[in-house]
Write a protein that binds this ligand. Structure first.
Ligand SMILES: *Cc1c(COP(=O)(O)O)cnc(C)c1O
Length: 427
């Protein structure tokens, strides 16, 4: 199929994992902000982003914030105060309370739990969508029946097992915070992600499917909660002639300049999704003779936004790979490969891949936090990972998987070169 000479020239211009794609209308709205002097955290662009973000997903209210992490933080505060009351100054709204969290996700999903003094309890991952395993969540409620909050992410734009997770949450009267930062535009049974949380969050970070360079929104159906977040995110000022404060404030509001970029990007969200989907399908077809699989989704229920294309190597096609906390080595083997070898190969031709997001229970910062697998056990007693033996699903996907260059400006030719390069890793 390919000219197998191993002599592939590096790309002249770096091929990114997922970089911003601008179209022209963004600058028009930014210009408008500039010319009308709404160079602040108030203005028409913010109003429009809030309207578009809520309408696209189908929520009643969206609140424009400086980033997705800020939206998650505000969601934690809303949930914490609803569940446990308003904390005293200097104390978090989740202080001392356990919160069940997705384990294989970006750390911004769970850090806001800690900002509010909560204790993240990590729930292992399932193989069907690479998201929170409902069976492990059920186990977690057996061990910690008092828990009232679940934080779930949809990794790489693939919806998780929402029905199962919602049913468990309802059974235990727990609230859900949905981190849809990576999944904007993905649907589950025809409904947008961002609709399933009591509070949901989206992000417009530079690498997301649409971007403002930064920015995020909190989504809710409660006007009261939306107004609370509008107030908290602008330093919690009371209605008075002077700066008057009854609550702790934050400087988290979205800029009207950044909102101009996001407003322009919304016109291209569907186009970006179509491009990402084509990239995923081209990889899938291209890898059909290799011992690898693409990141999976539930075909009967979910339509991902295909934000990142990923692959996972079959167990028996893995060469020996060992990772310390900060480094990786491997032993090349004919007919086999590993993420480290493939990432090196991709990088050698000036393209960017990335390991699977390292699960939270494996992060030194969260080493003392509980971790629950589907059989109710936690972390491996010995340091099995160092020995190259995965003892839970997250660890296994992390060791065998990787994110592929998924930039929506990638040409078919460039993608074919990536595919050929990966073939060579297995030769
Ligand atoms: C990007 C991301 C965030 C954070 O969004 P920012 O806008 O960068 O703060 C949160 N969760 C997940 C899963 C993300 O990928």
């Amino acid at each position: 199929m390919f000219i197998n000479n191993g002599d592939i020239k590096p790309f002249e211009k770096k091929l990114w994992l997922s970089s911003p794609t601008m179209h022209g209308s963004e600058i028009k709205y930014v210009q408008e902000a500039y010319e009308t002097n709404w160079m602040s955290t108030v203005g028409k662009n913010i109003d429009e982003v809030e309207r578009l973000a809520a309408a696209y997903i189908g929520r009643k209210y969206a609140v424009g914030l400086s980033c997705g992490t800020a939206a998650l933080h505000m969601a934690m505060k809303l949930a914490g105060e609803r569940l446990y009351g308003q904390p005293q100054i200097g104390h978090g709204a989740l202080e001392g309370h356990r919160v069940f969290c997705s384990d294989m996700t970006f750390d911004a999903t769970v850090n806001p739990v800690a900002y509010e003094g909560g204790i993240p309890v990590f729930i292992d991952t399932e193989y069907d969508t690479w998201n929170m395993n409902p069976k492990a969540l059920e186990k977690a409620f057996e061990i910690y029946p008092e828990v009232k909050l679940i934080v779930v992410a949809h990794l790489y734009g693939t919806p998780g097992k929402i029905d199962e997770i919602k049913a468990i949450a309802d059974k235990h009267s727990a609230l859900i915070i949905e981190d849809a930062a990576e999944s904007l535009g993905a649907t589950y049974k025809g409904i947008q992600t961002g609709m399933f949380g009591d509070y949901s969050c989206i992000s417009f970070n530079g690498n997301k499917i649409i971007t403002g360079s930064a920015g995020g929104c909190l989504l809710t159906d409660s006007l009261e909660d939306a107004n609370k977040v509008r107030k908290w995110s602008t330093q919690a000022r009371e209605n008075a002639p002077w700066y008057q404060h009854e609550e702790l404030g934050f400087n988290y509001r979205m800029s009207n300049v950044i909102a101009g970029v996001i407003r322009g990007q919304y016109e291209y969200l569907d186009e970006h999704i179509a491009q990402k989907k084509a990239i995923y399908e081209r990889y899938k077809e291209g890898f059909k003779d290799l011992p690898v699989k693409m990141n999976p989704f539930e075909k009967s229920k979910a339509v991902p936004n295909f934000w990142l294309s990923c692959l996972i190597i079959d167990k028996d096609a893995m060469c020996k790979q060992v990772r310390s906390e900060t480094e990786a080595v491997y032993i090349p083997e004919r007919g086999k490969s590993c993420p480290t070898e493939i990432l090196e190969a991709i990088s050698s031709i000036n393209a960017e891949g990335r390991p699977i997001w390292k699960p939270m229970h494996m992060q030194p910062i969260y080493r003392m936090n509980p971790f629950i697998t589907r059989d109710g056990s936690g972390r491996a007693k010995t340091n099995a990972y160092i020995a190259g033996e995965a003892t839970d699903v997250g660890m296994d996907i992390f060791s065998r998987g990787l994110c592929l260059p998924s930039d929506n400006k990638m040409t078919k030719n460039q993608q074919d070169v990536i595919i050929e390069k990966i073939y060579l890793c297995f030769s």
